[in-house]
Design a protein around this ligand. Structure first.
Ligand SMILES: [Cu+2]
Length: 122
């Protein structure tokens, strides 16, 4: 299950213990593009570019358009690997792997890319 706490809103009753991971969106990439987090981690994407972008994982979440300076927050509560892309620039792809705390931090090889399916939709 995914909890969407978009645009800076943060549920006050939620555990304040969740660590946060920050990802920059630049004008043609997510930085970093691939990473591993522990379950329950809040991931914050911030658009540091000059253009609008999205963080879209088909079937899981869609940030909607993020203008420069805007952020999108997501708490990942389910294990798995989530490929995502920018719906405006499908060549911008990335992926998050959500793992149990015991295994997080161990590096993993690349995961599937999301760009192709999103490109077809436009
Ligand atoms: Cu983009």
């Amino acid at each position: 299950m995914l909890q969407n706490a978009q645009n800076g809103e943060h549920a006050a009753d939620e555990d304040a213990l969740s660590p946060a991971v920050t990802v920059s969106i630049v004008d043609d990439a997510f930085d970093p593009a691939q990473y591993t987090v522990t379950v329950g981690t809040e991931v914050v994407w911030t658009n540091s570019g000059a253009e609008a972008h999205t963080v879209t994982s088909e079937g899981f979440w869609d940030s909607g358009t993020l203008n420069p300076g805007e952020s999108f927050r997501l708490v990942l509560d389910s294990l798995g690997t989530y490929a995502f892309a920018c719906a405006i620039h499908p060549e911008m792809t990335g992926a998050i792997t959500v793992e149990q705390p015991e295994t997080a931090g161990m590096s993993r090889p690349a995961v599937r890319a999301a760009g192709a399916s999103l490109a077809k939709r436009r």
